[in-house]
Each structure stands twice: as structure tokens, then as C-alpha cells.
Design a protein around this ligand. Structure first.
Ligand code: HEM
Length: 190
């Protein structure tokens, strides 16, 4: 039996990431599979981003979070009623950020900076981890993760590759999303 320093899991991000990878069984071959699927997934990213924003626009409980000034967005913030228009520049800006996130997931590199980025993406959605601008309740993070995971599965299923490579890709992305899920959820602890 291995000893895990539980207090360290909470304060040392690299140690936590290593533990997540080891426990879930996310390793070099998964990273290799993910990087290899970049050319196949690249074409699917715009559709995936579109589907996410259509989904987020479908509920007031999710769309309301886009009614605030967005960090890093320097353009005019035009709001249509209480919320930004689906086609507004600010939403275009947000879509670009999500595009960059997905592209980074499939292009790597999987180094310490990537771990910090995955952790930052979780932290920035909650004031519990110091985000000043937004407070997205955990339920919304979870439902969107579920939606993204399912969309990934459906996309990978369409790849014209050997069945065993398809299974490897499904497993690699599944594991990665569970790791991201932990790096979201950890910031919501009281
Ligand atoms: C699957 C889970 C999610 C992922 C992977 C994700 C990813 C991201 C990324 C990559 C950014 C930009 C980070 C940067 O500035 O570089 C971001 C920002 C943002 N996300 Fe999410 N997001 C998720 C869930 C949600 C949900 C459910 C909502 C709303 C209901 C939301 C609302 C926002 C908002 C409003 C910002 C802008 C924050 C700001 O500019 O201050 N996100 N998200």
C-alpha cells in the first residue's frame, strides 16, 4: 500500500496531479493518443464550441454569467436586455477562449504549465478560489463537463481510425476530463 500525504494533496498542485494521473491511469500513452488526435479533432473544435455556447445560451442559469464585464475583454460591452447577445463581440471573445482551451488540450505540451492552466480554468469560475468577477455554481460546471464529455465521445466515434485506436482515444479523453473535473471541483470546497 502506498502512503499518500493527504495534506500535501491540498496544497501541492503537482503532487495532486501526479496522484490523479497515477490513480486514474493517465500516462504517456494517453498523452500520445491525445496529441495524435489533434488533426482529427481540429476540424471538430468550432462545432464543439458552437454547441457549448448554444447550450449555455439555452438557460438563464448559465447565460446570466455572461452579463458581466469579461476579464481580458477590451471591446465595448453591449448588452441586449439583461444579457449579451449570442452574436455579440464579447461572446465571440469567450468562444475564442474556449477554442484555445480545447486546442491546448489536444496540442499540449503536457508539462507543469498545462497542469497550472487546467487548475486555473477551474479556479477562475469561483470566488472560493479567488475569482473576483464570476461565481458559477458547481452544478453548472458539472452539467457542462457532462455535456462536453458526451460531445467528445460522439466526435471521437466519428473518427475514421481503427476500433482499438478509437477505444484508446475515448479512454484517454475520458481520463483527462475526469482530471479536469477534479481541478474544478477542488476549488469549490468551503
Ligand atoms: C466544462 C466546464 C468549463 C470549462 C472547461 C470552461 C472553460 C473556460 C475557459 C478556458 C475560460 C477562459 C479562461 C481565460 O481567461 O483564459 C472560461 C471563462 C469563463 N467561463 Fe467557463 N468553462 C466551463 C464552464 C463554465 C460555465 C458552466 C459557465 C457559465 C455558466 C462559464 C462561464 C464562464 C465565464 C463567464 C467566463 C469569463 C470569466 C471572466 O472573463 O472573468 N464557464 N471558461
Amino acid at each position: 500500500m502506498q502512503h499518500i500525504d493527504e495534506a500535501r494533496l491540498e496544497k501541492d498542485l503537482d503532487y495532486r496531479f501526479q496522484y490523479l494521473c497515477e490513480f486514474i491511469g493517465f500516462g504517456e500513452s494517453d498523452i500520445h493518443t491525445i496529441l495524435n488526435s489533434a488533426p482529427l479533432l481540429a476540424g471538430a473544435v468550432p462545432g464543439l464550441v458552437e454547441a457549448v455556447y448554444v447550450k449555455l445560451h439555452g438557460y438563464d442559469a448559465t447565460w446570466r454569467h455572461f452579463a458581466k464585464v469579461q476579464s481580458g475583454y477590451a471591446g465595448a460591452f453591449v448588452v441586449d436586455g439583461a444579457t449579451p447577445n449570442f452574436k455579440s463581440d464579447v461572446i465571440g471573445f469567450r468562444r475564442e477562449k474556449l477554442t484555445k482551451y480545447l486546442v491546448r488540450l489536444v496540442t499540449g505540451p503536457y508539462d507543469g504549465k498545462m497542469v497550472q492552466y487546467l487548475n486555473f480554468v477551474g479556479a477562475m469560475h469561483t470566488s472560493k478560489a479567488g475569482s473576483k468577477e464570476i461565481e458559477v455554481p458547481l452544478v453548472q460546471m458539472n452539467v457542462l463537463m457532462g455535456f462536453v464529455a458526451d460531445a467528445m465521445t460522439a466526435t471521437i466515434f466519428t473518427f475514421d481510425i481503427l476500433p482499438e485506436d478509437k477505444l484508446s482515444a475515448l479512454r484517454a479523453f475520458g481520463k483527462l476530463l475526469w482530471i479536469q473535473n477534479d481541478l474544478i471541483n477542488r476549488h469549490y470546497q468551503a
